[in-house]
Design a protein around this ligand. Structure first.
Ligand code: DGJ
Length: 756
């Protein structure tokens, strides 16, 4: 079934259908309160307004104005206002010209149409299939509700968009000041929904530097529970995603509601469990340090939120997010292309490199099948450590005589592509740029701004600074044959002060900053359409759907240890497709935590992402170097499957403490790849049973052991030989596959399942 939006005009009920889900809302009472009715499995009927319980209480304001607050405080508002009787937190807070903050939004008009409106200046999902390259707006369907507060002159457009091939509903909000005076927007959530609590549990992703996106699942208590960022980036610490899942929800079963914010700056994701056991879910720009002055007639577009409901548990929710992001968010031409296998010199050399060193790495890399050299931090200005040089984007000729042009042409002659690192949003206090323009750094007058990694953040709300940054990026990229850019961002925003904003608009800085980053990246993808852009932020502090709109991949974490990556990549993949996760094989002992893991396991874990290397290939052992061509072969063999297939989480090391296992199955069910990692070795242990998924019930399959190749790891009658008879997909999925206990810690197994 495809998506559609229907309306029962008499009853004032709207039903928004995706192929497998329905979302129902209605307009209630004479006053026209927009209210939430149902979100769940797809239903055939539109009139389910009895679920709004209005008659149950007889507290409709038009019937019983005396007890208006009883209605306001329990009604399931679609976009709740503030200060007029609903004591749960509202989605919008506006101070009018007289200093009042009360808002009550009621229905004005609706519009249902094919296509999806553009959100100016913001990353967003779009209404055509990215792989198809044809822009077909009919693929998306939208409902726009116009709400207004006649007292303040506030108008709010809430838009719901759906796609024929996706179980996601995308929500966005535009706020317009139609009064004759200025208003101050103090809070503008993009998403609000009141639902029955039904004992849900909350899943969020928390972390730290080098420990991003750890899965946290907990019961929902009363009051407000929230995650958020006020760091000016989506952050290492918390993530613009949350899910409400039924207690019984696992990878295959149960109700899962997921919410993802298409934005890369400050965010708030909050659930409030009320006295009546309802849940108010909200998501949007964090109101902390946020203010936006809206002049008469001006409009504020809030970034969009994607919601997904799945009856098939967390796994179903995950696959809906993956498909939506692949088909309707990532625009890069690399989305369905094999990405070049790159080798990055960061962990190989840090700041200590020159042309000779890079050329030596490039030669060894080429000989082993690697396809691109990426030169990381330290190639410009005075930059021998992280204390200086940011902002001075001219080549350090002492390290690279002849400049980029010479280096790149030598690397190209060897037969490798060339990529480069930049951190365009920053300035070092010790830089020519800062000496010339100290006022370009974000700072509060008379307050020494906080340094982080000994650097400041450039004030991108200043158009002159934005232009400088653009010129820096574009002149570097035009100066040589550069085919990849790693855009890094290594510190958070503090000391929020802008020399270019007025006293009354300082609260706009963080959002204006984000809008400028988006403008710069938009210019980048337009001027360099074939450039492969990998976003990065001190590892994965800006791994979010906003950045995926511009670049197809994001560096996942500065922790490249294969075992830590199991957890980081599991948490990341709960929302994001594997093709977006930057993952590299690095050297051991691992630079982040000193662990030694087999080179093969490092390769298999990196295969679950974009795959590449981050080591000094001239310095590793001959044995390890010789393993690279085999890994390169595996990458070429499986990258299409990993990039475009369906992801299934079969076992979780973060849950069981023993082993990790995931699978990617092709959409047509013809092939699947299972990766299994045994973390601690266990003496005298039996084999483990793994249940593949995503196969066709009635097709026959054989299992091919890709790794290890010396002996069979799944038992069969004649052990040691790959003599297993073809089995039906249904049999394999129901009975499972046995994987033998491995000798040693951190051992990986790679199995391919193919139709016989
Ligand atoms: C942080 C990134 O995550 C690293 O990969 C590396 O590029 C450094 N910055 C360079 O300063």
């Amino acid at each position: 079934m495809s998506a559609c939006i229907t309306v029962d005009k008499d009853k004032r009920i709207y039903k928004i259908d995706t192929p497998n889900t329905s979302y129902v809302l209605g307009i209630f009472d004479d006053e026209g309160f927009p209210g939430h009715i149902y979100y769940g499995e797809r239903i055939p009927d539109t009139d389910v307004a009895y679920l709004a319980r209005c008659s149950e209480y007889a507290f409709m304001p038009s019937v019983n104005p005396r007890d208006r607050s009883s209605f306001m405080d329990r009604f399931a508002f679609e976009y709740p206002g503030n200060g007029v009787g609903d004591f749960r937190e509202g989605a919008i807070l506006v101070k009018d010209a007289k200093g009042h903050e009360c808002t009550q939004l009621t229905f004005v008009s609706d519009r249902i149409y094919d296509g999806k409106p553009e959100l100016k200046g913001l990353p967003q999902t779009f209404g055509y299939i990215s792989s198809g390259k044809t822009k077909n707006d009919k693929y998306a369907h939208s409902l726009e509700l116009e709400l207004a507060d006649p007292v303040t002159g506030l108008r709010v457009f809430v838009t719901y968009s759906v796609y024929d091939d996706s179980d996601a509903i995308v929500r966005s909000v535009r706020i317009i000041n139609s009064s004759p005076a200025d208003m101050i927007l103090e809070k503008a959530m993009s998403f609000a929904m009141d639902m029955d609590s039904d004992d849900y549990e909350l899943i969020t992703l928390h972390g730290s530097w080098a420990r991003e996106r750890m899965i946290d699942r907990r019961p929902m208590g009363y009051g407000k529970t929230s995650v958020g960022s006020i760091r000016g980036e989506s952050s290492h610490q918390e993530h613009p995603f949350m899910a409400l899942v039924s207690k019984d929800a696992d990878q295959d079963r149960g109700n899962a509601y997921g919410f993802s914010f298409v934005y890369s700056g400050n965010f708030l994701a909050q659930v409030e469990k009320s006295q009546f056991d309802s849940l108010r879910v909200m998501m949007g720009i964090n109101p902390h340090n946020f203010e936006w002055r809206l002049g008469p007639g001006e409009e504020f577009p809030a970034p969009e939120v994607v919601s997904v409901y799945s009856h098939d548990g967390i796994g179903g929710m995950t696959r809906s997010f993956h498909d939506l992001f692949r088909n309707h968010l990532i625009r890069s031409p690399y989305l369905h292309r094999e990405r070049p296998i790159l080798i990055n010199n960061w962990e190989a050399t840090y700041f200590d490199f020159n042309t000779d060193k890079l050329i030596a790495i490039a030669k060894e890399a080429k000989a082993r099948g690697i396809e691109m050299l990426v030169m990381d931090d330290g190639w410009f200005g005075k930059r021998d450590d992280d204390n200086s040089g940011l902002g001075d984007w001219t080549v350090n000729e002492k390290k690279l005589p002849g400049g980029l042009e010479r280096l790149v042409s030598e690397v190209n002659k060897i037969g490798l592509k060339f990529g480069i690192w930049m951190e365009p949003e920053m300035v070092s206090p010790d830089s020519d740029l800062y000496r010339a323009h100290p006022e370009w750094a974000i700072a509060v007058p008379d307050r020494d701004p906080c340094r982080a990694r000994n650097q400041y953040v450039l004030d991108l709300s200043d158009p002159e600074v934005e232009e400088y940054v653009w010129n820096a990026i574009s002149s570097v990229l035009h100066s040589a044959n550069i085919e990849y850019l790693k855009w890094d961002m290594n510190r958070q925003l503090t000391d929020l002060g802008s020399a270019c904003l007025s006293d009354t608009t300082q609260g706009e800085l963080s959002h204006r900053y984000m809008l400028a980053v988006y403008r710069l990246q938009e210019r980048l993808v337009n001027e360099f359409p074939e450039l492969l852009l990998e976003n990065c932020s001190g590892g994965g502090a800006r791994f979010d759907p906003g950045m995926l709109y511009y670049g197809p991949q994001i560096w996942c974490s500065d922790d490249t240890d294969a075992i830590e990556r199991l957890k980081i990549q599991e948490g990341t993949a709960i929302v994001y497709p594997l093709c977006s996760m930057g993952a590299h094989v690095s050297d051991c002992p691992n630079h982040a935590l000193g662990r030694i893991t087999p080179f093969e396991t490092r390769g298999h874990v990196a295969l679950a992402g974009t795959f590449g290397y981050e080591l000094d290939i001239t310095g590793i052992s001959e044995r390890e170097r010789d393993l690279i061509p085999e890994q390169v072969k595996d990458y070429h063999r499986f990258s299409g499957l990993v990039r475009d297939g369906d992801y299934y989480r079969l076992a979780s090391y973060s849950e069981n403490g023993m082993y990790d296992c995931w699978e990617v199955a092709s959409k047509d069910g013809k092939e699947a790849l299972i990766t299994y990692v045994q973390v601690p070795a266990k003496v005298n242990a039996g084999s483990r049973r793994i249940f593949p998924k995503g196969l066709c019930d009635d097709k026959k399959y054989i299992i091919k052991q890709i790794f290890p190749d010396e002996k069979q790891v799944f038992p069969s009658e004649k052990d040691g030989e790959n003599d297993m008879q073809p089995l039906a997909g249904e049999t394999l999925m129901k009975t499972g596959i046995l994987i033998k206990n491995q000798w040693g810690d951190y051992k990986s197994v790679l199995l391919q399942i193919i139709q016989a």
